[in-house]
Structures are given as C-alpha cells and as structure tokens.
Design a protein around this ligand. Sequence first.
Ligand code: GTP
Ligand code: MG
Length: 197
Amino acid sequence: MKIKSSEILKSAFAKDDYPPPVYPEVAFAGRSNVGKSSLINTLVNRKRLARTSSAPGKTQSINFYLVNRTLCFVDLPGYGFANAPLQVRNRWRSMVEDYFHSRRNLYGVVVILDARVGPTSLDLALIGWLKDLSLPALLTMTKVDKLSKNKLSKSLIHASQTITVNSEQIILFSAITGEGKKRLWQAILSLIEPSNH
Ligand code: GTP
Ligand code: MG
C-alpha cells in the first residue's frame, strides 16, 4: 500500500466525539503495551503519528487516524494493564463496548498479541466477544524480533492451538523490522474491499 497521507482525525472519550462514520474503518486492539500504536505507525510509515510509550496505558482515548483520505485506522486503549484499578478496567470496557456496538463503518478488528506472551485470557475474551458481534478479527503476533526462530515457531503453534485457528491465520509482525507489514496490509484491504460485501 502506497501511503500518501495520514493524519489524526479525532481523539475521542465518548460516542458523541467520534468523527462521522464516512470512511471504512479498521480498529486495533490488544493488551496495554503490546505494540498497537507502534504497529499503526509502521503500517503508515510514520514514527510518531500514534503516540507510543514504554510504560503501559499510553493510549487512553479512542484515536481515529485517516489514511490516504480513504480509510480510517482506530487505535483503541489497551486492556489488561496489570495494576489498573477496577474503575479504569470498567471504563475501558464501556468505552470499547460503545465503540464496537455503535460503529456502523467498522469492517474488522486487528487483534494484536505479544509473540513472547501468547494469547492471555483477556485476549481470548476479546476474540470471543468479536465473534459474538460478528466482527471479523485479523490475528497478529507482534514483537517477533524479540524471539529466536525456534521460540517463535513454538509460540505460533501454541497461539494457534489456544485460539483454535490454523497457524497461517496468524500474521507475524515486527514494528522494528517491518516483518509482516505487507501481509497485514493485504489482509486489511481485503476486509474493506467493496467486492467482499
Ligand atoms: P498502550 O497505548 O499503552 O496500550 O500501548 P501500545 O499497545 O500502543 O504499545 P506501544 O506501541 O506504545 O509500544 C509499547 C512498547 O513496545 C514501546 O516501548 C515500543 O517501542 C515497543 N514495541 C512496539 N512494537 C514493537 C516491536 O515490534 N518490537 C519491539 N522490539 N518493540 C516494540
Ligand atoms: Mg498505544
């Protein structure tokens, strides 16, 4: 995908703040600090479009990015932040729930797993939730640069067995090396292509 432009459209805390649902939209979800914002930056060839941080819980609002003036990427706040108080966890749930339930132009969700950690119970809950909502999930394992080939192939097998999908359905990704960028773009484009609907 040739990127001609990318810009922030809106940073929203509630439904009323969402931009109008005029572009096909793809959201990015995963644990806090898993690398969602970095993955978005890699896809659009930008270093700091989406803010990243080594401390978990950086993205707290729902951030809408317009890509090539045709497609919207949505960076969701992370879940599972180890020390998050109940109030914060409930706020995450209601923010994301509102978004998933109301967004008519949402074509699918890129579910981002950590290659070193594998699917957690919260990741599995998200995958189940998306299934219930009939929202397509693109499964991605990021930070693959941190693992040896051998450890990575074990991690991929473990993840595919835990989620009960074919291992080919999981896209391996790295924001450091750019591995998987092409494959993920292809998967995103095939989600939103009009010929699929
Ligand atoms: P929250 O907004 O807090 O939920 O985090 P996030 O999921 O958006 O993660 P973010 O992109 O901010 O990245 C978290 C940390 O992981 C940063 O220190 C990144 O530099 C690092 N990181 C992200 N992707 C990769 C990757 O593919 N490889 C490596 N080695 N580090 C990565
Ligand atoms: Mg983030």
